[in-house]
Design a binder for this molecule. Sequence first.
Ligand code: EPZ
Length: 414
Amino acid sequence: MEKFVINGGRKLKGSVKVDSAKNAVLPMIAAAVLTEEETVIKNCPPIGDVVKMTEILRSCGAKTAFCDGNLIINARDISINSVSEKLCGSLRTSVLMLGALAGRTGGAAVYRPGGCNIGKRPVDIHLYALKTLGSSVYDESDRIICCGKPSGGDVYLDFPSVGATENALLASVTAKGVSRIFNPAKEPEIEDFVGFLNAMGAKVYGAGSSCIRVEGVKRLHGAEYTPIGDRIEAGTYLIASAITGGEIAVEGVNAENISSLTGKLCDNSCQISVGNGIIYQKSIRERKAFDTETGPYPSFPTDLQAQITSLAAVSEGTSVIRENVFETRFGHVSELVKMGADIAVDGRTETVRGVKKLYGAVVSAKDLRCGAAMVIAGLAAEGQTIVLGAHHVERGYYGMHKKLAELGADIRGV
Ligand code: EPZ
């Protein structure tokens, strides 16, 4: 998809079901390398990043296939434990192949990972974790090499990095000894990833707490697993409804996982209720400014910061939004200003002065969540908005424009 064409002004109405969480599915695909048996990840959306991870696994000798909405992986014939520069450069999660391949084959070589341009995104914490777990790690200018099967150990993460927590888990589940990961990420996707590993026969305890304990096992077996719903996809649609003054129901996600967002939407303009696992949102008054700041879970998620900035842009008063996770996650600001928003960025803080309305324009999806923010702004803007770079959005959302059209939006993909 090249671009989205949106004619703004329609209130969203109806119900939408989210897919499995992208950021839970991606580490699960890496973990499939740890067993010679077949694994099945159910309700797996064939979004860009998921397809890329299957290409990485196939390049190492695994077989993968999408069948009836499920992803089937068979990594019996892993014969290569290195990943090409092109594939590594295509997404952040390629770095997880270090822990996965080292755990399976005793060695791994990858190139620096790609991913959204939202900050420096070093991998120092990943490499510290792998070293501490017993591998020898060689960090060359562009390549990273891991030698030796991890033997286990105590890992103290300086920052609760999601990816580094996942790499440490991948390296420790089949290590000889016991491992402990202190200050791990607590995101729901981490707990779900641990659920998948334990379904494969791993012995991982304490996910969601300040210390995860792993008792290494000799081997892992296959598993069939249904990941949790995507809380960021759900949050994106809730914000889209709020900015249009709409009323929607969102199915397939645990409301507790996005309580930081639903609280803000209530401050802004909405009534939110939950029943039978469905989140009901209704716009009940004029949008009002709000403050928030992102942080590791359970703080407000950085992956919804761009989207809620679009909402703040047309909320009466001044909103202050601070981005504490990625130092340059502000690509959406210049694009929103093109549509008439009044936003100033100082360091990591956005000051958003609400304007009466935004106006349609040609804008760019500079990264995945920037793209989502531009679609949201286009839904509320007067006139037509064209969002270029729609492929960025398709890396993380399956059929976003179709789901929004079913909710009444005037949007098409070209
Ligand atoms: C994961 O990225 C997610 N991606 C991101 O979602 C999400 O924004 C992020 O976690 C935070 O929740 C996937 O799960 C595929 P981090 P990750 O390691 O693992 C610094 C999206 O839009 N850091 O928790 O890369 C890093 O620079 C994507 O779906 C180091 O300094 O995030 C950043 O400032 C975007 N050294 C902070 O920690 C390291 O070794 C958080 O990074 C690792 C990270």
